[in-house]
Write a protein that binds this ligand. Structure first.
Ligand SMILES: *[C@@H]1O[C@H](CO)[C@@H](O)[C@H](O)[C@H]1NC(C)=O
Ligand SMILES: *[C@@H]1O[C@H](CO)[C@@H](O)[C@H](O)[C@H]1NC(C)=O
Ligand SMILES: *[C@@H]1O[C@H](CO)[C@@H](O)[C@H](O)[C@H]1NC(C)=O
Length: 698
């Protein structure tokens, strides 16, 4: 999964920023920003925060914001009781919450300088709902031209309730209440061993995949993606327009589903289930999670009847559009099918836009995502918003102040519910329907790269295992003002996560000329859960794009060697929040400039989860290498921000050549510039190597 280059560049940029004369301000600003993320469910007790929050009021400084109307708008929400209070559960999928969050985001975004931005944030940290603050502030940091290269602390450490099951949170709190205090030094900094949900409540076979669906890195990846490309954000107003976000939407989900399918195959599970809204929904979901205010996450029993959503009964009509989610879904689904089959989209003013054009896929992506670039938002709607509501199976709230959202209604937790994959499979189905109707199949003329011959691909043995990953869990408990300021309470969490032995692969290419090429490497399934070969016509959508780079081929023989650690489609584990923070304050080494891993500046799929688990006897998958001529993408950037088109390696469609249905399977095997190589992935169980002397068990 790509979307990394932005980040790699941003990383460089930040590093150079540190070494210039602005360095002291940059470090100071970065530290100031981090301090705002601490114990997000409590007010800040830092003296300077308390002072600013008391003395600074955005409305008295309206001239410090580039757009006066955003100040007025936020003021209106804040002044009247419509405002979401602290302690209530925020969901970005509820229209009323979202409106307020966007107003807050705009206030942050249009602050004229860093100082105003910072003071606004400190004020909001104390006065605004914590979930809304965290969301709006994070989106603003990523999209403001003066802060886009700041690093965000790992979300699973900021919001542990959304990433760890309740037994874990409960243990942290238990430990704080029982042991910490009298003899803090002795009992401090224990480690809790976290399990995935199937450990205690095991109700459906697919919980065997919990290490994937509940992984903190996989879920953070999805969360960050949605901070970079919020579905409500206007590309025009906030400079996303050079990124083809409709196409990105398609590609992201295609990649996520393909990756999930590879993992399923490791366990002998087959394709992701298909469902109909009118047939009882087979997969139940029991989240084992609890909100910071004590409310459990809603559950969905197996065979839930979505079409006669009984939670709606007895509620007053008209007030809540989500009560009619099923009707919305049915309407939007029919309209989307009409668009695809007719090849035309209707706009607000009644014009017809041709979908069978160069931009067609992007337009369709915008329409299905329901983002502000949708040609006619009110007509084609926001399918995924209503679908999440319906599938999440939460109660209808009496007011939006007492919302009880399901896991599907937060980006942090969506990927835990098996319904997530089934829903997005349905959405991908729309795209596949479009693609098979409107694209011609690639033929030799389209794909050949004359004079370039991939002769051979060699891959080291691929071995996976589980090891422990440590994170800071301190934010799961409540602390006293004293403990807050001095960071005196610590608790860690250790959890097994998938990993793999480092490996290298070599690609041998003959070329009859010096030429600039693009190399793509895919990882896909070869056999289904019964061991039957899956031909490309049925399999092209299951390939994960593994690696993608530009390479200068020399005339003659070329050997390209890539190490698993340099594949930049993936990111390494994030540095722990407190480690970052302490480094920033020079606690570790006062003389050195602090340095981050550049992984803090962007989002990407976790490197640990690059390979599916495989099986002890070895499970066969296939590498596919495709080499083609380099065509640069025209980026429009002075700075490498999201929206500038800077993350495109080349100008081909995303996923090319598997961006279209495949008809001529033999062609792909016969093309000299491409190569299939079988690989086996061996799962070797647990590796507790560096666990023994790390921390004491509780
Ligand atoms: C830091 O920022 C302030 C204003 O925000 C500016 O006056 C000062 O010169 C900056 N310091 C450095 C070292 O750039
Ligand atoms: C996880 O499982 C292990 C052993 O299976 C157990 O010792 C530990 O207490 C469990 N963790 C939690 C938080 O329940
Ligand atoms: C691929 O498999 C499908 C389903 O088994 C079959 O209908 C199709 O004809 C096959 N295509 C090729 C090119 O073998």
């Amino acid at each position: 999964m790509r979307f990394i280059l932005v980040a790699v560049l941003a990383g460089l940029c930040a590093v150079s920023a540190i070494s210039t004369s602005e360095s002291s301000n940059y470090s100071q600003q970065q530290r100031d920003v981090w301090r705002l993320f601490k114990y997000i469910n409590q007010p800040s007790y830092y003296k300077d925060h308390v002072e600013i929050a008391h003395s600074y009021y955005f409305y008295d400084h309206a001239s410090n914001y580039a757009k006066h109307e955003v100040v007025e708008e936020f003021y209106r929400y804040f002044k009247y009781d419509t405002f979401l209070q602290r302690g209530e559960i925020f969901s970005v999928f509820h229209g009323e919450h979202l409106k307020q969050a966007i107003a807050l985001f705009k206030l942050f975004y249009y602050a004229n300088d860093f100082d105003t931005f910072y003071k606004t944030a400190v004020w909001a940290r104390q006065h605004v709902n914590e979930g809304m603050f965290l969301y709006a502030f994070s989106v603003a940091l990523i999209h403001r031209p003066d802060t886009y290269y700041f690093s965000l602390p790992p979300i699973y450490e900021i919001y542990p309730h959304y990433f760890y099951n309740y037994e874990v949170i409960q243990k942290a709190q238990h430990y704080k209440q029982m042991y910490y205090g009298q003899d803090g030094a002795h009992y401090n900094d224990r480690t809790i061993y976290a399990n995935y949900s199937g450990y205690y409540v095991n109700v459906y076979p697919e919980q065997a995949l919990a290490y994937f669906t509940e992984d903190v890195g996989v879920n953070s990846f999805y969360y960050y993606y949605n901070l970079y490309y919020p579905y409500w954000m206007s590309g025009e107003e906030f400079n996303l327009k050079y990124d083809n976000r409709g196409e990105i939407f398609y590609y992201m989900y295609q990649q996520i589903l393909a990756r999930y399918y590879l993992e399923r195959l490791s366990h002998g599970f087959g394709e992701i289930d298909h469902f109909d809204w009118e047939v009882p929904f087979e997969s139940g979901y029991y989240p084992s999670m609890c909100y910071p205010n004590g409310l459990y996450f809603p559950t969905r029993h197996a065979y839930a009847h979505l079409y006669e959503y009984f939670y709606n009964y007895g509620q007053h009509y008209g007030f809540n559009k989500y009560a009619h989610s099923y009707t919305h879904i049915s309407d939007y689904e029919r309209r989307i099918h009409d668009v695809i089959d007719s090849g035309y989209v209707h706009t607000h003013s009644g014009q017809k836009v041709d979908l069978f054009s160069h931009e067609g896929l992007d337009i369709l992506g915008n329409l299905i995502e329901g983002n502000p670039e949708s040609p006619y938002y009110h007509y084609y709607g926001a399918y995924q918003v209503f679908a999440r509501h319906l599938l999440g199976y939460s109660h209808q709230p009496l007011t939006f102040h007492k919302l009880h959202p399901s896991a599907l209604e937060h980006f942090e937790t969506s990927m835990r519910d098996p319904a997530f994959y089934q829903l997005y499979k349905k959405l991908l189905g729309f795209f596949f329907r479009y693609k098979s109707q409107h694209y011609h199949y690639y033929d030799e003329h389209d794909l050949a790269y004359h004079g370039v011959h991939v002769k051979h691909v060699e891959v080291d043995p691929l071995v996976t295992y589980f090891d422990y990953f440590y994170a800071d869990l301190s934010n799961a408990v409540y602390v006293t003002p004293e403990e807050f300021v001095h960071d005196s309470f610590k608790v860690h969490v250790a959890q097994e996560r998938l990993n793999h032995k480092p490996f290298t692969y070599k690609i041998y290419i003959d070329s009859d000329k010096d030429t600039e090429a693009v190399v793509k490497v895919f990882l896909g399934p070869k056999y289904d859960e019964y061991g039957r070969y899956i031909n490309l016509t049925e399999n092209w959508m299951n390939f994960v794009q593994f690696d993608h780079f530009v390479y200068k081929l020399k005339s003659g023989e070329n050997v390209i060697s890539r190490n698993s650690h340099e594949i930049y489609n993936y990111i390494h584990d994030r540095t722990s929040y407190y480690e970052l923070y302490q480094k920033a304050f020079g606690v570790y080494n006062k003389d050195q400039h602090f340095q981050f891993h550049d992984n803090q500046f962007f989002f990407g799929f976790p490197q640990r989860y690059m390979l599916p688990r495989g099986s002890p006897e070895g499970m066969t998958y296939q590498f596919y290498v495709f080499v083609t001529k380099y065509h640069p993408y025209k980026a429009h950037a002075s700075v490498p921000m999201v929206g500038s088109g800077m993350h495109y390696v080349d100008a081909y469609p995303m996923g090319y050549p598997f961006d279209r249905p495949v008809y001529y399977e033999e062609l792909f095997y016969a093309l000299p510039n491409s190569y299939f190589q079988d690989v086996r992935i061996y799962y070797q169980g647990h590796n507790y190597e560096h666990h023994a002397n790390h921390l004491i068990e509780m």
